[in-house]
Ligand binder design. Sequence first.
Ligand code: 5RP
Length: 223
Amino acid sequence: MLTQTELKQNVAQAAVQYVLPFLTPETILGVGTGSTVDIFIDSLAPHTSRFRGAVSSSERSSARMAALGIQVFDLNDVQAMPFYVDGADEIDRGLSMIKGGGGALTREKIVASVADQFVCIVDESKQVDHLGRFPLPVEVIPMARESVSRQLAQLGGKPSLRSGIVTDNGCQILDVSGLSISQPAQLESRINNIPGVVSCGLFAIAGADVVLVSTQGGVRQLK
Ligand code: 5RP
């Protein structure tokens, strides 16, 4: 029986094998955030001669890549990237996701929006029939925390301030439990429109393009 860490190692290595054939000395990769991505970064590091560098979705991933000799680029200096590789907290059959468990949802959404292909790397515990058991992270401007919370409560959620966290953007995170997410893209759009919301952890309007799922029987690819 593989442990969750071993499942993450397998999918991280599969993601490296997935992108390697497409890398050129000019390629810039988009790199997400989290424990699965940490292993992806470690597995990518021996191949630095095969690509130019990466744009990161967090200070955490930037520091890890820099320490391993992967050149980190500012997104403002990059016009295109073939892949954005990142984990997820939940992913459904339509490849919509909840992300932001690590608090990096806004930068993740921004970097992903520039990439041609979002490659989601998860172990099988992240696959769900319906999104919402994992509390939905919503990044908010601090002065709007209470007003946004009231509107999220009107949508049926129970927002809770994530304590001790200031995001890379100087904002706060509300973790919203109890939401019934039957139409993820509509809910994402509604939450995005609440004044004071920086971004919400639903990735449904633009979900994953490919998912690599690590199972006890190997890594499977879903599109
Ligand atoms: C960070 C994220 C991560 O992708 C998500 O939390 C999954 O993390 P892990 O790979 O550690 O399970 O969205 O904001």
